[in-house]
Design a protein around this ligand. Structure first.
Ligand code: ATP
Ligand code: MG
Length: 310
């Protein structure tokens, strides 16, 4: 079963540039969370900070009662083994074939024999549907296959927490649908805690249990999918419904004149669309960490938008 990650008052700067400040959220154990935000708001920096590749300026990251930013390099190295990371570009070694790429963390971090390595690599390649591609180089397979190879490598040490940085970028809609199903199925099989950075609104609306939105150096909101999808907070609403109307402009925040002109033009947002049903595991058995559809709405006395749940 995955472990919870508790983030408290986290702030990251590079020199004078504040990337984000005072970010607090909890990734619930075993659940799938999605992190959204305009380009350049520091989503990749957030993932790298979680795994300890970047040190925050302030704040805590709690995992199993340990506060990561206070740990020594040695302790941090140990705790990193709890993480599997799928980096934005797949980060495969170009000169190694798929088999050796996936085997790399096992050879590096464990004392498994080559026979044991072979067994684990075969199992993970099977999980992501890449059997038969072992001997190909990363440059010889498609982008979608490279993503899956990166995913097999992220899974190889049986991580408790898996971070995905734009697993669906550059994939066609059908491949994205397959990948999303794979993510749901992997969450069911591994029970690990997932955090997915994506720009795909359909993924954000249908895959996660929780959604967070980074905007303008702050975490605008984090909570159950149903909460954000039914939110009328302007930034959340604009982003999750992919609209031009709202505080986010083409290059950055709209200023007051622009917002006033927008209000003047009478362009309106229309009603919120219904909340779509969450993607289910392909074997139709519920995931351990899955909330009952609509439970959050019921608990919080929120009427789910019409037609949203089966
Ligand atoms: N190692 C670094 N040193 C200095 N600045 C950095 C470093 N890494 C990232 N940045 C800056 O931090 C900001 C956020 O970058 P980041 O890559 O996290 O954005 P992002 O939200 O992942 O964007 P995208 O959606 O385009 O992937 C950018 O302005 C970037 O230039
Ligand atoms: Mg990024």
């Amino acid at each position: 079963m995955g472990v919870a990650v508790g983030v408290e008052g986290l702030t990251k700067t590079f020199g004078r540039q504040v990337i984000w400040e005072d970010v607090s959220l909890t990734l619930p154990a075993g659940e799938i969370s999605v992190l959204l935000g305009p380009s350049g708001t520091g989503k990749s920096v957030f993932l790298k900070t979680l795994v300890g590749l970047l040190r925050p300026d302030r704040g805590s990251i709690w995992i199993n009662d340990q506060d990561l930013p206070t740990l020594s390099e040695r302790k941090l190295y140990e705790i990193r083994r709890l993480f599997g990371v799928l980096f934005q570009d797949g980060a495969l070694f170009g000169s190694m074939n798929i088999y050796d790429n996936v085997a790399f963390p096992l050879r590096e971090h464990t004392r498994k024999s080559e026979a044991q390595v072979r067994e684990v690599v075969a199992e993970k390649l099977d999980m992501v549907g890449l059997n038969g591609a072992e001997h190909k180089l990363p440059g010889e397979i498609s982008g979608g296959m490279r993503k899956r190879a990166g995913l097999a490598r992220a899974l190889v040490l049986d991580p408790e927490i898996i971070l995905f940085d734009e697993p669906d970028s550059g994939l066609d809609p059908v491949r994205t649908a397959y990948l999303n199903q794979l993510i749901i199925d992997l969450n069911q099989q591994t029970g690990a805690t997932f955090l997915i950075v994506t720009h795909d609104i359909n993924t954000a609306r249908t895959v996660p249990d929780n959604i967070g939105l980074l905007h303008h150096g702050h975490l605008a909101m984090f909570g159950p999918r149903e909460m954000l999808l039914s939110s009328t907070e302007p930034v959340v609403r604009q982003f999750l419904n992919a609209q031009r109307v709202g505080p986010i402009g083409m290059s950055e925040e709209k200023d007051e004149t622009e917002l006033a002109a927008e209000a003047e033009s009478g362009e309106e947002l229309g009603p919120l669309p219904p909340i779509p049903v969450q993607l289910q595991p392909s074997n139709r058995k519920p995931r351990d960490a899955q909330r009952e559809p609509g439970r959050w709405c019921a608990e919080n006395n929120i009427e789910p938008p019409a037609g949203s749940f089966r």
